[in-house]
Design a protein around this ligand. Structure first.
Ligand code: ATP
Ligand code: MG
Length: 488
């Protein structure tokens, strides 16, 4: 039997505690075999009762039990958390029974005496069904997982068990996308029949986020979601785009059947956005905002697309789709529970990007006659996230082709250059006056104050004044007639 060096910080401790009864499983082994470092360590301890495992671990760190029945322990030591599980079998059972983690139809039975091979049988894909014994590096690979990794393909470990957990359908798309593996053809007919109704939407969102952030080409995962029947059932607002065509003159990109669909354009735009986020060094929350914006930027085309006789020919137009897209995306983000991440409001940044995704191109078209005002307004509308605006603009344009870009194109670089040249930044568009600045002028808090602040901010963006003192003078001038009216 082949062996492999498994090294991570606390390996020695686990071997001391559990001798040759402790294994790493899942992603850690898979990624080691692919020659890729893996952060997340999942462990399996065989031959010991849950109580004994807990007692041993408690002496060396914090222990949290994740649902006793699952037999999964979270063990945290010096800032690193390990998932430690006991061998178990999962069995399908009646729906509508309470569960701990959203595995709605599964009952779990842990059994210390269960052979490791049996635990591997319940796992989703063969490349994930490999165990690595920590004491000597022995690989236990009863389902040809290594062969699948070499051949870069995903096969089901146990086809009969696949429908038991509908999340596996979405995980299939995620692994295909993130690992760049092919799905075994036998998965599709099985997946199509799985009832996705009871799936926890948070876990679906988690997988979607991984598809977007962790794939070099997220379109792989999006395409698999479509082919597995999961897009239609879990993201109907995106599925609708597979049936909407675009003008072939402006959108030469085609799907596998030669149709110029909005969905194909969306997939390519997401790929380009992923590449640009990497090239521009966006941190994950910012990258996610860009990717979600790319995914939903044209969602409104499903309801706004028309044939129109224009400039001597029949053309496909989608007037007002940006606002429709924003509305559809807002509903989707609420459903998927996408809000803030690391203090950055991902959902609202993405919505802003969707709403403004045509502004950059409009500025470019009118570039001969623009003043600072126009750039101020776009920056303000985008909450100061001008790099994100430029990135989505470039991704949208590049989403007409399959070749990944190497950076921002000339048009997007022009936009950022103008912002720099005119000194338009997140700081420069910050309102000079806030409510508390108006209180000393005798303006009481309320809708009147709100309207006044809005008007002053409009004038600030128009370039009427650039300092706080000048803004206060302008407020004073605006107040005089109103104050007089109030006195009368
Ligand atoms: P990641 O790189 O995201 O950590 P992973 O393969 O380790 O990928 P986890 O979600 O950490 O995935 O799960 C660990 C292992 O548990 C998987 O490799 C798989 O063997 C098994 N597993 C997880 N979820 C399921 C599921 N829904 N059905 C079957 N097996 C699962
Ligand atoms: Mg893992």
């Amino acid at each position: 039997m082949k062996s492999l060096e498994a090294d991570f910080r606390d390996r020695g401790l686990f071997v001391r505690l559990f001798k040759d009864g402790v294994y790493t499983v899942g992603g850690f082994v898979r990624d080691r075999l692919r020659g890729i470092p893996s952060e997340d360590v999942d462990l399996l301890v065989a031959g010991r009762r849950l109580e004994d495992v807990v007692r041993s671990l408690k002496k060396h760190g914090r222990v949290d039990l994740v649902g006793r029945s699952f037999g999964v322990i979270k063990f945290t030591r010096a800032g690193k958390t390990y998932d430690v599980a006991l061998p178990r079998t999962d069995r399908a059972m009646d729906k509508n029974l309470p569960d701990g983690r959203g595995h709605k139809d599964i009952v779990v039975r842990t059994d210390p005496a269960l052979p490791v091979e049996e635990d591997l049988r319940r796992r989703d894909f063969r490349c994930n069904s490999i165990a690595l014994r920590l004491s000597d590096g022995t690989l236990i690979d009863p389902f040809e997982g290594r062969r699948d990794i070499r051949q870069r393909r995903l096969r089901l470990t146990n086809p009969a068990a696949f429908p038991e957990d509908p999340l596996r359908v979405v995980r299939a798309a995620r692994f295909a996308s993130v690992l760049g593996f092919r799905l075994d053809p036998e998965i599709y007919p099985v997946a199509q029949k799985v009832d996705l109704g009871g799936l926890s939407i948070e876990r679906v969102a988690e997988e979607m986020v991984k598809i977007l952030l962790d794939s070099s080409r997220p379109s792989r995962g999006l395409d698999e979601l479509f082919k597995l029947g999961a897009l239609r059932r879990l993201f109907p607002e995106l599925y609708a785009l597979t049936l909407v065509i675009q003008d072939s003159l402006f959108h030469p990109e085609k799907d596998a059947f030669g149709h110029h669909t909005v969905w194909r354009h969306t997939e390519l735009t997401v790929d380009q956005a992923r590449r640009l986020a990497e090239r521009l060094g966006f941190p994950p929350p910012k990258a996610l905002a860009l990717l979600l914006a790319a995914l939903y930027h044209d969602a409104g085309k499903a309801e706004t697309t028309r044939w129109e006789f224009k400039r001597g020919r029949m053309a496909v137009t989608s007037v007002g789709h940006d606002l429709a897209s924003e509305r559809i995306a807002r509903q989707a983000f609420r459903r998927l529970k996408i809000f803030s991440w690391g203090g950055f409001d991902v959902a609202s940044a993405a919505l802003t990007l969707i709403r403004t995704h045509h502004w950059a191109a409009e500025l470019w078209q009118n570039r001969a006659s623009l003043t600072k005002k126009a750039f101020n307004r776009l920056a303000a509308e985008a909450g100061g996230e001008i790099e994100l605006v430029a990135a989505l603009d470039a991704a949208d344009r590049a989403g007409r082709g399959g070749r990944l870009v190497s950076g921002l194109d000339r048009q997007a670089r022009w936009l950022l250059g103008k912002f720099a040249e005119l000194n338009v930044t997140k700081e420069s568009i910050r309102p000079l006056l806030l409510g508390r600045d108006l209180l000393p002028l005798g303006v009481p808090p309320g809708p009147g104050m709100g309207a006044l602040l809005k008007e002053i901010y409009r004038r600030q963006l128009d370039g009427e004044f650039e300092t706080k003192a000048a803004a206060l003078r302008a407020a004073g001038r605006l107040l005089r007639p109103a104050a007089a009216k109030a006195v009368r």
